[in-house]
Design a binder for this molecule. Structure first.
Ligand code: TNX
Length: 750
C-alpha cells in the first residue's frame, strides 16, 4: 500500500510542469542505493520490451563486459534476451541501451558514470569498465525490484522513468570484510555474497582467510596448513552445532578453498569490479597455522585448534629466520592468486607477553629493540619490504601503527578512529572501520537477534551516522581511502545468518563510502531501503528488516485476559514459532496459531521466532514476565540477550565486575499498582555467599524517570514498600565498589 502511495506521488513529480532538478530519492519512485550524486527527471518512461537491444562501443571490451552482465540480469525475471552488438554511434537509437566511453566526462573519475534515460533509449557513458558497470547497476535499480529474481515473472511493468544521472563515489575503498576462519562459507555462497555487494557498489571484499580457529586457503608448498589447519573438533563458540554447516567426512568442523576455488572467486569478483583483498594473519591470531607448523612458533607447540573466542598465544617466532622463509613462501603463492594492490597481514591483538622465548630475546638484544611492540614493527616491516618487492602494498590492523612503521604500509583503523587519524597524520593511507560503527557482528535490535555477539546494539541507523573523515584536517582526510564494515563470524554459523548480519548494514556502509556527504539523510536512506529489501528478497538474501528496530512489544498479554499471550505478525509473510523455556525458537518449536495460556510460575519467558521461507536465521521477539507483569529489562552490566530462564539458578549474572553507577532496570509495561518490590541477590543465603550486592539501592519510579522510593541493600537483600502506588520502573543501582560478580536470584513484585 505504501509503495502505491509513493508511486502516485512520484507520478505528480514527473509531470511536465514540475520537471526540475531533484535530488534522487526526493522522488520515491526511484530508490537507488547508494544514493547518486545528481538526478534530473524528464518526461515519460522507457519501457523494456522483448525487442530491446544492447549496443556497445566497437572494440571496447569494458563496454562488452558490462553489457554482458546487464543482458544476463535482464534475462532473469524480466525474461528479456537482448542482443549485444557493436556500434560506432554515440547516442542510442530507438529501443536500445548504449554503453560507451566516447565523450565520457573525465571529472567523474574511474568509477563515475552518466546514465541518460529517454522514452526512446538509454545511454550509459563512463570513462572505463567500473563506471559502465555501475551505470548498469543503477539502471537495474530503476526497474522494479523483481528484476533481481531468477525465473521469469509475469505482469510487471519493466520500465524506468526518463531521467539523467551523474554519479561518482566519494571514496575509492568501500569494503566489507568477511571472516571465513571462525566459520567457513563454501565458494558458491561467497560468489552470491559478492553479487549482492556489487549491486550496492561495494568494491572491496576483504577476505579474512586465516585466524586461530582455521586456515582456509590451500598453499601448495605447505599442505599441512589445510590438512591440519582447516579442521577443528567442534563448531564451537557456544552456538548450537546444528546451525553450522561445513563438517568434513570425519565429522570435524572446517573447510578450505583450493587454489582453483580462490581463482574462481577472484575472477568472479573482478567482473563485478570488486577487488578481493586477502588477509593472512600474522604474527598473532596464528594458532591454526602453527598447529600445522609448530616449528615457526615462539613456544614450539604443540597447538590445538580451538573454537573459543579471544586472543591466543599462537604467535610466530620473529627471531627465527625460517619463520620469514615460510611466510614469504606463503605470501608468494597468495600474491600469485590475488592481483590486489593491498595484501592484508592482520597484525592485531598480539599478546603483550609474546616473544619472551630465548630466540626472540636474542633478536631483541641483537636488534636493540625496546620490547615486544618493537618486535611487531620489526616483523611487519620485514614483511612489508617483501610485499613491496612484488610491487604490492601491505595493509594491517591499527596495532601495526608504532614508531618506525614502514612509510608505505596502510592502516585499517578498528579501535576507534584516532589511530586512523594518527596514521593519516604520519602519511599512511587509512581505511576507517571503527568497531563502534562498522562492526557487523553485533546485534541489530534489543533482545531480538539470532545468537549474536554479546554487547552493544548496532542497527543500520547507527552505522549510517558514521563519517570517515569527521574531525580530520584536509591533509589527513586526503589519506583516507574509505570505509569498511567487518563481519567477524564467531557467532555467525552459516550463510543465512551471514547475510542477515550483513544486510541492511552493508548498504549503510555502501552509502557512507559512495554518497556525497551533503546527500546523506537516514530517513531518506530508510525509505529507499524499504524498496531495496524487495531486491534482497528477489536475489535470495536473508536480510534483517530495517523497519523493525525493536520487536519487543510483539509479544503481549491479551488486554481482556492477562493469563493469555498473543504474538503479532511483525515480519510480513513469516511463520511464527515460540518457546516458553528461554531457548531460541527453531523451525521445530511450537507453531503459533493464536493466543495461548501462560505456563504456571512467577517467571515466564516467551520468545517468538519469525521464519521467512527458506531462511535459517530468525528474528526473535521476547517478553519477560515477572509475577505476571510484562517487564522490559536493561542493564549496564552486559550479559547474554537472554534474561529470564537464562540461568537455572538466577535471574541475572553480570558479565564482569560491576562498579558504582552500574544499573539493572526494568520497565513495567504497562505500569502496575504494587504494594512492594523485593530483590534477593547472591547465589545462596550464606552471609558471605557469592554474588551478593555489596553497596547499592533498590528504587522505584512512578513515571520511569524520577526514582523516589528507595531502600538500601543489606546482606544482599532490599525491599521497597509501595502501598498501592502505580509503578512504571524499578532499578537496582550500585553505589559503591563490588568485589564479586553480581547475581540477582529473585525479584518479586507484590
Ligand atoms: C577483534 S577487530 C578482532 C577479531 C574478533 C573481533 C570480535 C580485530 C582486528 N580483531 O579477531 O573476531 O574482535 O568482535
Amino acid at each position: 500500500m505504501q509503495i502505491k502511495r509513493l508511486a502516485a506521488f512520484a507520478g505528480m513529480l514527473i509531470c511536465p510542469l514540475l520537471a526540475a532538478t531533484l535530488r534522487a530519492a526526493d522522488t520515491p519512485d526511484i530508490a537507488i542505493v547508494p544514493r547518486p550524486l545528481q538526478v534530473q527527471f524528464s518526461q515519460g518512461r522507457f519501457k523494456l520490451t522483448p525487442d530491446v537491444s544492447i549496443l556497445v562501443q566497437s572494440g571496447q571490451p569494458a563496454a562488452a563486459d558490462a553489457a554482458a552482465i546487464l543482458a544476463q540480469m535482464l534475462g532473469g525475471a524480466a525474461g528479456l534476451n537482448p542482443r549485444i552488438t557493436q556500434t560506432d554511434l554515440d547516442q542510442p537509437p530507438d529501443n536500445a541501451i548504449l554503453l560507451t566511453t566516447v565523450g565520457a566526462d573525465a571529472s567523474l573519475g574511474d568509477e563515475g558514470y552518466e546514465l541518460h534515460v529517454t522514452p526512446h533509449g538509454v545511454l550509459i557513458r563512463a570513462a572505463g569498465g567500473a563506471g559502465l558497470f555501475y551505470g548498469a547497476q543503477t539502471l537495474l535499480q530503476l526497474l522494479p525490484p523483481a528484476v533481481y529474481g531468477k525465473g521469469p515473472v509475469a505482469d510487471v511493468d519493466w520500465s524506468t522513468p526518463a531521467l539523467s544521472i551523474r554519479d561518482k563515489p566519494r571514496f575509492r575503498w568501500r569494503g566489507i570484510m568477511l571472516d571465513v576462519a571462525r566459520h567457513f562459507e563454501p565458494t558458491d555462497a561467497v560468489l552470491h555474497y559478492l553479487d549482492v555487494l556489487a549491486m550496492h557498489k561495494i568494491n572491496v571484499f576483504h577476505w579474512h582467510l586465516v585466524d586461530d580457529q582455521g586456515w582456509r586457503i590451500e598453499i601448495k608448498k605447505y599442505p599441512r596448513l589445510t590438512q591440519v589447519g582447516a579442521w577443528r573438533d567442534e563448531a564451537g563458540f557456544g552456538i548450537d552445532p546444528k546451525l553450522s554447516t561445513t563438517f568434513g567426512p570425519d565429522g570435524r568442523y572446517g573447510g578450505f578453498y583450493t587454489q582453483d576455488d580462490i581463482r574462481r572467486v577472484v575472477n568472479y569478483a573482478a567482473r563485478l569490479h570488486i577487488t578481493v583483498v586477502p588477509e593472512i594473519e600474522m604474527p598473532g591470531h596464528s594458532t591454526a597455522a602453527l598447529a600445522a607448523y609448530p616449528q615457526f612458533s615462539t613456544t614450539g607447540g604443540p597447538f590445538t585448534i580451538g573454537a573459543d573466542a579471544g586472543i591466543f598465544h599462537g604467535v610466530y617466532c620473529a627471531g627465527n629466520e625460517q619463520t620469514f622463509a615460510f611466510l614469504q613462501d606463503v605470501l608468494s603463492e597468495v600474491m600469485d592468486l590475488f592481483p590486489s594492490q593491498f595484501i592484508h597481514v592482520g597484525g592485531d591483538e598480539v599478546p603483550e607477553d609474546s616473544w619472551d622465548d630465548a630466540t626472540d630475546r636474542k633478536l631483541i638484544a641483537d636488534q636493540k629493540l625496546a620490547g615486544p611492540q618493537q618486535v611487531e614493527t620489526y616483523f611487519i616491516n620485514r614483511i612489508s619490504r617483501f610485499i613491496d618487492s612484488h610491487g604490492r602494498k601491505l595493509i594491517g590492523w591499527d596495532e601495526i601503527l608504532n614508531p618506525g612503521l614502514a612509510a608505505d604500509a596502510a592502516v585499517m583503523s578498528w579501535r576507534g578512529t584516532s589511530n586512523g587519524a594518527q596514521a593519516a597524520a604520519a602519511g599512511h593511507d587509512v581505511v576507517m572501520s571503527p568497531t563502534a560503527y562498522c562492526y557487523l557482528d553485533f546485534q541489530q535490535g534489543t533482545n531480538t537477534e539470532p545468537r549474536p555477539w554479546l554487547g552493544p546494539v548496532y542497527p543500520a541507523s547507527r552505522l549510517y551516522g558514521f563519517d570517515p573523515v569527521a574531525g580530520l584536517t584536509p591533509e589527513q582526510a586526503g589519506h583516507i581511502l574509505g570505509v569498511q564494515g567487518n563481519l567477524w563470524t564467531e557467532r555467525v554459523p552459516n550463510i543465512s545468518s551471514t547475510q542477515y548480519m550483513t544486510w541492511p548494514r552493508a548498504a549503510a556502509i555502501a552509502e557512507i563510502g559512495w554518497t556525497d556527504a551533503s546527500l546523506r539523510d537516514y530517513a531518506n536512506f530508510k525509505s529507499r531501503m524499504m524498496i531495496d529489501q524487495g531486491r534482497l528478497e528477489a536475489v535470495g538474501v536473508n536480510y534483517r528488516p530495517i523497519e523493525e528496530d525493536d520487536l519487543q512489544d510483539v509479544v503481549q498479554l491479551l488486554p481482556s485476559d492477562p493469563s493469555r499471550a498473543q504474538i503479532q505478525a511483525a515480519v510480513p509473510g513469516a511463520q511464527i514459532r515460540y518457546t516458553l523455556d528461554g531457548s531460541y525458537p527453531t523451525r521445530q518449536s511450537t507453531l503459533y496459531d493464536g493466543p495461548f495460556a501462560l505456563p504456571p510460575g512467577d517467571r515466564v519467558a516467551i520468545k517468538a521466532g519469525f521464519f521467512r521461507p527458506g531462511s535459517v536465521a530468525v528474528i526473535v521477539a521476547a517478553a519477560d514476565l515477572l509475577d505476571r507483569h510484562p517487564v522490559r529489562f536493561s542493564t549496564t552490566m552486559y550479559q547474554d540477550t537472554q534474561w529470564i530462564a537464562a540461568h537455572p539458578e538466577a535471574l541475572f549474572k553480570s558479565e564482569w565486575l560491576p562498579g558504582p553507577g552500574d544499573t539493572l532496570s526494568f520497565e513495567l509495561n504497562p505500569p502496575a499498582v504494587l504494594s512492594g518490590v523485593s530483590v534477593v541477590t547472591g547465589l545462596d543465603d550464606k552471609p558471605q555467599g557469592a554474588g551478593k550486592l555489596q553497596n547499592g539501592v533498590l528504587e522505584a519510579s512512578a513515571d520511569g524517570k524520577t526514582f523516589a522510593n528507595s531502600a538500601v541493600f543489606s546482606q544482599g537483600r532490599a525491599t521497597v514498600e509501595l502501598a498501592g502506588k502505580t509503578i512504571a520502573a524499578v532499578r537496582i543501582r550500585l553505589s559503591g565498589a563490588q568485589s564479586d560478580n553480581l547475581v540477582i536470584r529473585d525479584i518479586s513484585l507484590r
